[in-house]
Design a protein around this ligand. Sequence first.
Ligand code: NAD
Length: 443
Amino acid sequence: MNTMAPPRLTVIGTGYLGATHAICMAVLGFEVLGVDVDEGKIAKLASGEVPFFEPGLPELLAKALESGRLRFTTSLAEAGAFGDVHFVCVGTPQQPGSDACDLSYVDAAVRGLAPHLDRRTLVVGKSTVPVGTAAGLTTLLHELAPAGTDVELAWNPEFLREGFAVDDTMRPDRLVFGVASDWADARLRAAFQPILDQGTPVIRTDLATAELVKVAANSFLATKISYINAMAEVCEAVGADVKDLADSLALDDRIGGKFLKPGLGFGGGCLPKDIRAFAHRAEELGVGQAVSFLREVDAINRRRRARTVDLVRELLGGRISGARIAAWGAAFKPNSDDIRDAPALDVARTMHGLGGHVRVYDPAALDNARLAFPELRYGESALDAARDADVVVLLTEWADFREIDPGALGEVVAHKRIVDGRHALDAAMWREAGWEYRALGRS
Ligand code: NAD
């Protein structure tokens, strides 16, 4: 193979991460083959439909398909024959009944691909994994690749945020290349050339450090969120205001305002399972104490959900049973339809379990929520969900909710009571419009 030619890429696992990566790489000029075991997902992508909500991605998928540089398949044999660099982007969820990471999908992808590798090839892990996984996969790859085939493993952790996935992929803050040789480094550089040409910083390191960068970053972000939520608990005890506290801390540029937003806390398919898996892995390695604070970060975060339900109960005069409750939000964060470990749905289901008549609305995640929790009722719009409600609870900070006029909403509800679980609303404006307004950590 001419090493100067751009490598042909495969992306194995075309979920939130993999589909975005495959589409963006094709738009950047690479020949890309997307691979998934989910035939329905592959059929949708091949026909131009992005199977999840991600701003800007449908337009790029259309462009990539039109260019002829992007194709999809369910065949790892086809992937082996096609690709020079294979990105592994399959899921790494939490194991049921344990904090450990379920590596069975990564394992299956590598086992499935390895026998089909027929030339000098780089396999690149992008999934978030416990440190030490890459070392094990390297052994597996060498065992299963055809004799005489030169195969190497690298790790390139992914930092994209759902809702900003296109921009984060096209213009990342940094690239981390965990490599074991100059050849692997050169191959990765070739696979990211258009992004490197923008001046994107690269950290070249070993495999274990690359694996750790991702979980360390997520642990830091989760800690920052739980830190300000711990302050919210203290504020509530003394009648102080966590919003003013957070705003004041944020203006200190050593601290900064990002991820310092008090409220209902974090959820989704990454932060919760990543901090648990990291704590679990550290314990396995005999350094559990070093990150034992992550257990507290998790506990603070879970308490936010219970406390939100308490606030609703307080506002309703002590009783959720029989109350009509509008739950605004289902996705774990705005600009996403992802409901994995979504705090909003956790709170909605708890209130439903307590006998509340809960009606949920979300601008993008309604279909996913309906499928996962058919026992809940759903509204067609924010106002529809709030019709005749005794209380409105804002659980995901979509711009759509922030823009709602408290006066107009006041016309449709039974009682003007609102719990702002995300500190997304202007408290003074809502109070002026006659609403009883409550938020976590505010007197
Ligand atoms: P996802 O569940 O949306 O997608 C995973 C995909 O892998 C699914 O489509 C599934 O069908 C496919 N898959 C499973 N086994 C397979 C196999 N053997 N061969 C081919 N395909 C297979 O998950 P996701 O959110 O895209 O996350 C993937 C990984 O990326 C995880 O490790 C996650 O922690 C990490 N990550 C995710 C994000 C994010 O924002 N979603 C950001 C950074 C890192």
